[in-house]
Design a protein around this ligand. Structure first.
Ligand SMILES: NC(=O)c1ccc[n+]([C@@H]2O[C@H](COP(=O)([O-])OP(=O)(O)OC[C@H]3O[C@@H](n4cnc5c(N)ncnc54)[C@H](OP(=O)(O)O)[C@@H]3O)[C@@H](O)[C@H]2O)c1
Length: 337
């Protein structure tokens, strides 16, 4: 096909938080879409979503695959991706998947274009989008690993409720109105609270979210020796995820060089001027595509220890923006030429 005509793009989960953000990002990034095929669950089929100022009918996933899109962007949970992504791929559709279903599959690249776009080969039909927590983290780690080699790191997260989907916003709003949540997604109240429990507990006292950081960081940076341990905490915030990151680096560093190395990396913005109270916050990151880094300082007890504070909108770079960037990368590589 000639790419200037645009692609037939299917969004599976178009009525969800990530799917709606994808619609915004596709438009903002002027991604060439010749036809949009929005998919929701049976509950949403027949309703509409807005794209390009026009309503578009939500269709079933069966109808979407029959329409033979060029590209399918999945954000409807792991079960839907597990079942349907291979069927789309077999039908010749390129799938970019936001769920955790394919991230650690040896045949699927796990991609942040600025970091490892080169992991995508011409035959890859399912390309995985990393977990939002890992995504913003590796954006800060990549330039530091290249310059100083990270030996190990400790991450503590302060994760937005938007990471749990639209039902989490409903829970928070009901709690704030003093109502009993109609369909709670957290095991405890989230308003005025911090819950050290993101996703389910799996092994050795870790949650799945924490192990995603451990495994996905190694895969994306292509270094199995990288040890990034994590405690993931849900907080009643909506603009994005924040992360306190402690790193031990193999090589010596000057803080001014660390600032420069991070600032030079595409998609990273350093905001670090304590004298004017300038540091990244979710309210600042909300609706933006970049990853913001601040509070950069040397550890008091380890000469090669470095502290960072990393903030990004999990629905943007953590999900929708990265997905659209992967699609753009494929387009630029001539996938549909
Ligand atoms: N939120 C984040 O920050 C984030 C970041 C990275 C990755 N992700 C991943 O992205 C996915 C979606 O997250 P979200 O936050 O957007 O969740 P959400 O707001 O709950 O939206 C879920 C979407 O999936 C659709 N869906 C559910 N079951 C379906 C089915 N059987 N067939 C077709 N569509 C179905 C829903 O349609 P209805 O509206 O009809 O129910 C809705 O469009 C999840 O896999 C999540 O892990 C989320």
């Amino acid at each position: 096909m000639r790419t200037e005509q645009g692609l037939k793009v299917c969004i599976v989960g178009a009525t969800g938080l990530v799917g709606r953000t994808m619609l915004e990002v596709l438009e903002e990034h002027e991604f060439p879409v010749s036809q949009l095929l929005p998919v929701g669950s049976a509950r949403s089929v027949g309703t509409s979503v807005f794209y390009g100022g026009q309503p578009h009918n939500v269709i079933s996933i069966e109808d979407a695959i029959t329409a033979k899109p060029h590209l399918a962007l999945f954000s409807a949970g792991g079960d839907v991706s597990e079942q349907w992504a291979p069927q789309f791929a077999s039908a010749g559709v390129t799938v970019i998947d936001n769920s955790s279903a394919w991230r650690m599959d040896g045949d699927c690249p796990l991609v942040v274009p600025e970091v490892n776009g080169n992991h995508i080969g011409p035959d890859h039909r399912i390309i995985a989008n990393p977990n939002c927590t890992t995504m913003q983290l590796v954006m800060a780690l990549k330039p530091l690993h290249d310059h100083y080699r990270i030996k190990r790191g400790i991450v503590s997260t302060y994760q937005s409720i938007t990471g749990t989907g639209k039902a989490a916003i409903v829970q928070l709003e009901e709690e704030r109105k003093g109502e009993t949540p109609s369909a709670p997604v957290y095991p405890h109240p989230i308003d005025l609270n911090c819950i050290p429990h993101c996703d389910v507990f799996v092994e050795d006292g870790y949650t799945k979210e924490e192990l995603k950081v451990w495994h996905e960081t190694k895969k994306i940076l292509g270094d199995d020796s990288l040890a990034m341990t994590c405690t993931a905490v849900r907080v009643p915030v909506q603009g994005g995820h924040s992360e306190s990151v402690y790193l031990e680096l193999e090589r010596d560093f000057e803080l001014s060089d660390v600032h420069q190395v991070l600032s030079d990396f595409p998609g990273v913005v350093v905001v670090d001027d304590p004298s004017s109270n300038a540091y990244p916050m979710p309210r600042m990151a909300h609706g933006k595509d970049e990853v913001f880094v601040g509070r950069i300082r040397r550890d008091l007890g380890h000469p090669n220890g470095l502290h960072l504070w990393v903030v990004a909108d999990n629905l943007r770079k953590g999900a929708a923006t990265n997905t659209v960037q992967i699609a753009r990368y494929l387009l630029d590589q001539g996938r549909w030429s």
